[in-house]
Ligand binder design. Structure first.
Ligand code: BJW
Length: 247
C-alpha cells in the first residue's frame, strides 16, 4: 500500500503526516458493480418502489407479507452477488493500515455482506444486515440466510409471528451510533464512497469531519447531494476509483 509512503497518490496532502485513522462511509454505489441495485439512481429501487410502503415500520405493520417478500427477493440477490474490486481494495487497505498501527473504520449503510466476503474484518452496518432477522418480542437477532416468514418462530425466545428483517427503516434509529461518533472524533481522514448523501444521519458525517479540520474525499459515480462539503472528489466507477485511491 502506497498510502502515505513515497509515491503516495494522496500527496501532497499527506506528505508530512500519512493518515492513520481513516473513516470510510460506504453506500449502495460500492455494491452496484456487484449487481445490487442502488436506491436513488435512475431506475434505482426507490424509482420503482415506494419506500414509504416498504421501508418504514408503518408499512411493515400495515402489510408485513409485502415487506417481507421485498426483503426476501433482495436477500436472494445478495446471496447470489460477489464482491467487486472496490470491496477488495477496502479490505486490503484495512489490513495495511492495521499493520502499521492504524485503523480503517468501515461504516457501511449497506445491508449486504460483500465487505465481509471481500475480507474486511470490522464492518459497522449502520442500517442493519439483510442476512439477519430480528425478533420484535425479545429484540434478539439471528442468522437469516434464506427466506424469512412472518410466522417463523424466533430461534432465541420462541415467540411466533414476531420476526422482521434486521434492517433500519425510515424513522428508526440507525445502529452503532456511539461507535460511529467515537470513530469520527478520532479520524484523520474521511472518505465517502458510493453514497448519494441523501439520508441522514450518515449524510451529515462529512460536515462533522470538516468541523474537525480533517481532509474529506468523495469517490462516487457523480457529485453527491453534499459534494460541496468535500475537499476532494474523484468521479467514476467504484471498482476503479477505490483501488486507485487506496493503492
Ligand atoms: C456509484 C456507482 C458506482 C452508483 N460506483 N458510485 C436530518 C437529520 C436526521 C434525520 C433526518 C434528517 N432529515 C430527515 C431525516 C430522516 C431520515 C432521512 O434521512 N430522510 C431523508 C430521505 C431526507 N432518516 C432516517 O429516518 C434515519 N433514522 C433517523 O434519522 O433516526 C433518528 C436520528 C436522529 C438524529 C440522529 C440519529 C438518528 C434512518 C434511515 C434509514 C435508511 N434506510 C434505508 C433502507 C435500509 C434497508 C434496505 O436496504 O431496504 O437505507 S433507505 C436507503 O438509503 C438505504 C441506504 O442505506 C440509504 C442511503 O442510500 P445510499 O447508500 O446513499 O444509496 P443511493 O442510491 O442514494 O446512492 C448511491 C450513490 O452511488 C449515488 O450517488 C450514485 O451516483 C453512486 N453510484 N453506481 C460509484 N458503480
Amino acid at each position: 500500500m502506497r498510502f502515505g509512503s513515497d509515491g503516495c497518490n494522496l500527496a501532497p496532502m499527506f506528505e508530512r503526516k500519512p493518515p492513520k485513522n481513516v473513516f470510510v462511509l460506504t453506500g449502495a454505489g460500492v455494491s452496484a458493480e456487484s449487481g445490487l441495485g442502488t436506491f436513488r439512481d435512475r431506475g434505482g429501487m426507490w424509482a420503482r418502489f415506494d419506500p414509504m410502503r416498504l421501508a418504514t415500520p408503518e408499512a411493515f405493520a400495515a402489510d408485513p407479507d409485502t415487506v417481507i417478500d421485498f426483503y426476501n427477493l433482495r436477500r436472494r440477490g445478495v446471496v447470489a452477488a460477489t464482491p467487486n474490486p472496490a470491496h477488495v481494495a477496502l479490505a486490503r487497505a484495512e489490513a495495511a493500515l492495521g499493520e502499521r498501527g492504524g485503523r480503517l473504520f468501515l461504516c457501511t449503510q449497506n445491508v449486504d455482506d460483500l465487505h465481509e466476503r471481500a475480507g474486511s474484518r470490522a464492518v459497522v452496518h449502520m442500517h442493519g444486515e439483510l442476512l439477519k432477522g430480528r425478533c420484535t418480542a425479545c429484540g434478539g437477532t439471528f442468522a437469516c440466510p434464506g427466506d424469512l416468514h412472518v410466522a417463523d418462530a424466533c430461534p432465541r425466545c420462541g415467540a411466533v409471528g414476531t420476526s422482521r428483517p434486521d434492517v433500519v427503516w425510515f424513522g428508526e434509529m440507525p445502529h452503532h451510533l456511539d461507535a460511529i461518533q467515537a470513530a469520527l472524533a478520532t479520524a484523520d481522514l474521511f472518505v465517502a464512497i458510493g453514497t448519494s448523501g441523501a439520508v441522514y444521519p450518515a449524510a451529515g458525517y462529512v460536515r462533522h469531519a470538516r468541523a474537525q479540520g480533517i481532509p474529506t474525499c468523495e469517490l462516487n459515480a457523480e457529485p453527491s447531494d453534499n459534494a460541496d462539503a468535500f475537499d476532494e472528489a474523484r468521479y467514476g466507477p467504484a471498482s476503479e476509483t477505490v483501488p486507485a485511491y487506496f493503492a
